[in-house]
Ligand binder design. Sequence first.
Ligand SMILES: *Cc1c(COP(=O)(O)O)cnc(C)c1O
Length: 388
Amino acid sequence: MSETSTVPTAPLRARAEIDLAALRANVHALRARARGAALMAVVKSDAYGHGAVPCARAARAAGATWLGTATPEEALALRAAGLPGRLLCWLWVPGGPWRQAIEADIDVSLSGVWALREAVGAARAAGRTARVHLKADTGLGRNGCQPADWPELVAESLRAQAEGLVRITGLWSHFACADEPGHPSIAAQLDLFRDLVAYAEERGVRPEVRHIANSPATLTLPETHFDLVRTGIAMYGISPSPELGTPADFGLRPVMTLSASLAQVKQVPGGHGVSYGHHYVTPGETTLGLVPVGYADGIPRHASGTGPVLIGGKWRTVAGRVAMDQFVVDLGGDELPVGTEAVLFGPGDRGEPTAEDWAGACGTIAYEIVTRIGTRVPRVHVNEEEAG
Ligand SMILES: *Cc1c(COP(=O)(O)O)cnc(C)c1O
């Protein structure tokens, strides 16, 4: 992924501008909401499409003491880029790079005894102590140790700890419905998490951090903060769900602005079919603008006929199908110069749509809109340094 610290002067086909000042301000806002807890900046999946290394650095500068990734490869890449400090990764399969992770001082998550055995073997081979977080499934029904298997995982981990092969640094879990205020699973998961933590502590586990809160829980459920909150989407300035509120309601500002330069503007007669399948036909004589990004760049094909774009001060709509590399908008007769900026989404304060607007237009969530932007779109990181 290309990363630049200055705005290039040459016009780009398309660019995702990443405002690191906004990201730092979001981290400060989230820390203020979870004052008793440390903050983990979740930078999995290339920081939700924003560029893992610059975002991780900016989050650290703003006081995130932990970084979090899904895969060990993502965590190792951050270490290779020189990022220090605590770093947890949680999505493991048998045969994963346990030893490299342990040697790189990465905390690893264990969701079962098989994973403990892999970590123990790697720790022994490396002659090091693995730092491990035991993960409980308190009701998400996804990754994590079932409550029935928790006693075995705790007992075996304590045995390995007594041998100096592991140190249990974390006890943790993840919510299913923290973005749905009042959902009964929230209280049930929290109660079970407290019970499982108490069980482990009664048997001698002394975790540095107990953690369960993701972005929606960090924003709206203070009783879930414990020692550490793990924020992803909110740090990128996007509300976890429109139901909870807008980014501004939480003092957050969207970090990514996706724009492109019009590659063609032309007059066409009425009755002209537009793009594959002719699902749009010009209602009368008009102008068409060609936006040179498509589904290979992560523009959802589901935006065909619905996606909003700010061009020449007005919202336009994707006309016809999104193709692999481009889509068309009906400019309604406006004669704009080729090269005019088309803003697909951004913070919204220049009148442009937001990632939430795209999510609504495509029947998905804003997480997916930003995360899926492809590697062909250069990320242009701005405000890398603190001003002043
Ligand atoms: C992705 C993820 C998070 C961050 O979730 P957000 O809703 O983006 O804050 C936290 N914890 C785990 C285990 C995750 O997979």
